[in-house]
Design a protein around this ligand. Structure first.
Ligand code: MN
Length: 199
């Protein structure tokens, strides 16, 4: 099966449109899965002091029409966590965010945002919390990467990388600003790092 993994959209409608069009062009049959940080929270981490806002709209970047593009299943990221922390009144957008899972599974792969572990400590965290996961897709750092058994493997756009070894960790990069996504072929056991060009 083919999966298109994308995330760290941070409410960037233009970048998301470009990536979705690229997926339609390159892999129209792929199942799209989001890796979190769909929306951008406008209140920064350092400005959290227990305050509650009446509506989600007051704490997110919310361009018109972005919701309509977010039709694919996704996990939550740290932006969604913060949005939920800053609000409590039930409303459709909040219920949607609240219903996002921490992980999703795509054939043999586990998908998780990546804010769960300290920077550069994916291997140790995964060994403790997801010991069974042989293939992990994540985002969060906005920096594409491919790690096989703890060793970083250089990536190049469009080229296939074979999934070998006991644990492969794939950072799918970011939609916002970079227009990056990853195509995972679970049958051929490979991934391709993709990037939609600017129009
Ligand atoms: Mn994040």
């Amino acid at each position: 099966m083919l999966f298109a993994l994308l995330g760290d959209i941070h409410s960037s409608k233009e970048d998301l449109q470009a990536v979705l069009a690229h997926i339609t062009d390159q892999a129209p049959d792929a199942t799209i899965i989001g890796t979190g940080d769909l929306y951008e929270c406008t209140v920064s981490k350092k400005d959290l002091h227990g305050q509650i806002y009446p509506t989600v709209e007051e704490v997110i970047k919310y361009p018109e029409g972005v919701d309509e593009l977010l039709t694919f299943p996704s996990i939550y990221g740290n932006q969604e966590e913060r949005i939920l922390l800053l609000t409590k009144q039930p409303e459709p957008i909040r219920d949607f965010l609240n219903g996002l899972p921490e992980t999703l599974v795509a054939d043999e792969a586990t998908i998780i945002h990546g804010h769960q572990w300290p920077h550069n400590e994916a291997e140790a965290w995964l060994a403790e919390h997801l010991p069974e996961a042989q293939l992990v897709f994540h985002g969060h750092t906005h920096q594409s990467g491919f790690t096989s058994d703890g060793q970083s493997v250089p990536i190049s756009w469009n080229n296939e990388l074979l999934i070998v070894g006991t644990r492969t960790v794939v950072n799918v990069g970011a939609v916002v600003g970079f227009r990056e996504w990853v195509l995972y072929d679970s049958e051929k056991q490979n991934v391709r790092f993709m990037k939609a060009l600017r129009g």
